[in-house]
Ligand binder design. Structure first.
Ligand SMILES: Cc1ncc(COP(=O)(O)O)c(C=O)c1O
Length: 358
């Protein structure tokens, strides 16, 4: 093979915002079972490194189009991280102040990232779960006349996945076989937007939805209590804290409800957090594909499908973000800071530049 050459993207970008979307679909070459083809759509290639950059951009631009957001007006949102980071990137680029409310149970690097991108982060007690951060954001918006981004309810969320994520999948798989699309849900924007398009344009594709095994809200069959405006009236009874950050809040979001009502999934496969962590590690160490816990969990389900799928099947799993966002979480537990015994032995095996004995 000759040396690889690149030639630029053939355009100059007007703003960081123009780099959102068009993420690559990448084949899994070493850890997929023989006889099937598995691809991942790597959302970490977005500028703030997660799938949420898409909805962050559209929430702000839809509000601008509809006159709901005035120049300089503050934006506020409850978010476990990626939406906040995406909104912080968009608000920084467009000059809007941003306040994020966030339960103190989420990883510290997420808060620091948002502050680095110019946002203010108001912490809420973890005991009040997602519902606590959510009511705090609503109160702050009402009291101050701020624009509430409402990622769990806004039409702007699934719409951007319909007009970008889904179109990218159609384009990349044009003339190619695709049998399964695998996704988890946080707000449900990804599965709802992609579901709208696949059901119409590629009806042969089976949509596989997944959720945490210990917070299997949809599998429980219990409907979400809602207030008149569609907002959750309280925590869903099947919710338990789970390690898959970004997935399954403690209520069934209105954005996801459309996918449930319109049967945008053919199978629902709950996955335990530790299985997601194990697959995230394997994706990194054996494929060089770096994703977070939710990406590992989605991939775990893709692997279960791959084991049983007919020969020749093609599977696509969405990897929502980068593993770098999880340095202080169980994803990196057991990853040594100092040298392991094996590394120390390597060090001692040649004479120079050895570390002093402790
Ligand atoms: C890490 C992570 N994974 C998955 C998701 C799910 O995406 P969606 O909100 O489109 O359902 C999100 C967002 O909620 C996320 O932050």
């Amino acid at each position: 093979m000759g040396i690889r050459r690149t030639e630029g993207r053939g355009r100059l970008y007007e703003s960081i915002l123009d780099t959102v979307g068009d993420t690559p679909v990448i084949r899994i070459n070493r850890i997929a079972p023989a006889g099937v083809t598995v691809y991942v759509k790597a959302e970490a290639f977005n500028p703030a490194a997660s799938v949420k950059d898409r909805l962050a951009l559209n929430i702000i631009e839809a509000a601008e189009r509809e006159g709901k957001l005035k120049p300089g007006q503050t934006v506020v949102e409850a978010t476990s991280g990626n939406t906040g980071i995406g909104l912080a990137m968009v608000c920084a680029a467009k000059g809007y102040p941003l306040v994020v409310t966030m339960a103190d149970s989420f990883s510290v690097e997420r808060r620091r990232l948002m502050r680095f991108l110019g946002a203010k982060v108001v912490l809420t007690p973890r005991a009040l779960k997602g519902f606590g951060m959510y009511s705090k954001a609503r109160e702050l918006a009402e009291k101050n006349g701020w624009f509430l981004a409402s990622q769990f309810e806004t039409k702007a969320n699934a719409d951007i996945h319909e007009s970008t994520t889904a179109q990218e999948i159609l384009g990349d798989f044009k003339g190619q076989r695709l049998d399964y699309f695998v996704s988890g849900y946080g707000t449900g924007g990804t599965v709802t937007g992609v579901g709208r398009v696949l059901r119409k344009e590629r009806p042969e594709v089976k949509i596989i939805l997944t959720e945490p095994a210990n917070a299997a809200l949809i599998s429980s069959g219990k409907a979400q209590d809602r207030t008149g405006d569609g907002n959750p009236a309280g925590s869903h009874p099947a919710f338990e804290p789970h390690p898959i950050q970004g997935w399954t809040p403690d209520f069934i979001p209105l954005v996801l409800q459309e996918a449930l009502d319109r049967k945008f999934y053919d199978d629902l496969i709950p996955v335990p957090g530790p299985e997601g962590i194990a697959w995230s590690k394997r994706l990194a160490a054996e494929e060089g594909i770096f994703t977070g816990i939710s990406g590992g969990a989605t991939f775990a389900v893709a692997m279960r499908i791959a084991e049983k799928a007919p020969k020749g099947s093609v599977i696509l799993a969405v990897l929502p973000d980068t593993g770098e966002r999880y340095l202080s979480t169980p994803l990196f537990e057991g990853i040594a800071e100092g040298m392991t015994e094996e590394e120390a032995e390597l060090s001692r095996s040649t004479p120079t530049a050895q570390m002093a004995a402790e």
